[in-house]
Ligand binder design. Structure first.
Ligand code: NAD
Length: 284
């Protein structure tokens, strides 16, 4: 299938990044969010990112301007009635996502592919909320989207080969590297990464070391570019908690029990970088 128009649902840190790379690759992009402030913030982040790229000489001013002109923001979900591909990037919550997929199934044309950027939730279950399970697929971008090369492509139980091929091609047009994985909780990336982050939080919770010490050990000792607690703040502590809960419930194994300190921070509204406070403080 020839994809020309893409709608991104959710203009948060991931949705804005996905919209940016899609527009830079030449697609017509609709960016939707149910929250007007998030929509404005998402668009501002994209234009600032593009301006930075111009400053660094990575793209010309004309390319930045034409890419930006390909992005239309909307709070009307019915604009999805004209697109070939939807990439959903709303909060990591199954009820919110399934409701959205059911709505999108009614709004979008029969050929439209519905992709989710979920970090951990079952694609097969999202697909079951629609009447087109063969056209539902996971497209898991990494954060920050404009920088990171990987896209995990997750096949649901019913995802067709044609749909898989189309999404693999779109990923390559975005200058990303697709890696095929099957539909199990956390896929590959977060099944491996998130228990490591959760364990790092436990080491702070149990007083084994300070947060700075834990981050320093993993940076200098394991050559990680950033420590796990800094990374958790970057991802968003709410997203980390949702993912741990998905792993815990999905496998029914207590080794995935979210650390109580993570729960406490999320309940306090300490969501990391995006809220200004997480394990560390940020001046947003
Ligand atoms: P975020 O909190 O920054 O943004 C979520 C956005 O969704 C918000 O702007 C919110 O207003 C909007 N939203 C919520 N409900 C909506 C609805 N019903 N309709 C339209 N918009 C709605 O979250 P994020 O970090 O961008 O994460 C988004 C998705 O991407 C999640 O599924 C997350 O697991 C996944 N993801 C996150 C990361 C990461 O590092 N943060 C990495 C890969 C994938």
């Amino acid at each position: 299938m020839n994809v020309k128009k893409i709608m991104i649902i959710g203009a948060g840190q991931m949705g804005a990044g996905i919209a940016q790379v899609c527009a830079e690759a030449g697609y017509d992009v609709g960016l939707h969010d149910s929250n007007q402030d998030s929509l404005k913030r998402g668009h501002k982040v994209i234009s600032q990112n593009m301006a930075n790229q111009v400053k660094k000489g990575r793209i010309t001013e004309q390319i930045a301007a034409s890419s930006l002109s390909r992005i239309t923001t909307t709070s009307d979900l019915h604009q999805a009635g004209e697109v070939d591909l939807v990439i959903e990037a709303v909060i990591e919550n199954m009820d919110v996502k399934t409701m959205l997929f059911t709505q999108l199934d009614h709004i979008t044309p029969a050929h439209t592919i519905l992709a989710s950027n979920t970090s951990s939730l079952p694609i097969t279950e999202l697909a079951a909320a629609t009447n087109r399970p063969e056209q539902v697929i996971g497209m898991h971008f990494m954060n920050p989207v404009p920088v990171m090369k990987l896209v995990e492509i997750i096949r649901g139980l019913a995802t067709s080969d044609d749909v898989y091929q189309t999404i693999e091609e779109v990923t390559k047009v975005l200058k990303k590297v697709p890696v095929e994985v099957n539909d199990f909780p956390g896929f590959v990336s977060n099944r491996v990464l998130m228990p490591m982050i959760n364990e790092a939080i436990f080491t702070v919770y149990e007083g084994v070391a300070t947060k700075e010490a834990v981050d320093e050990v993993m940076k200098l000792g394991m050559n990680h570019p950033m420590g796990p607690l800094t990374l958790a703040d970057f991802i968003g502590l709410d997203t980390c908690l949702y993912i741990m809960e998905t792993l815990h419930e999905g496998f029914g194994d207590d080794k995935y029990r979210p650390c109580p300190l993570l729960r406490k921070y999320v309940k306090a509204g300490w969501l990391g970088r995006k809220s200004g406070q997480g394990f560390y403080q940020y001046n947003n």
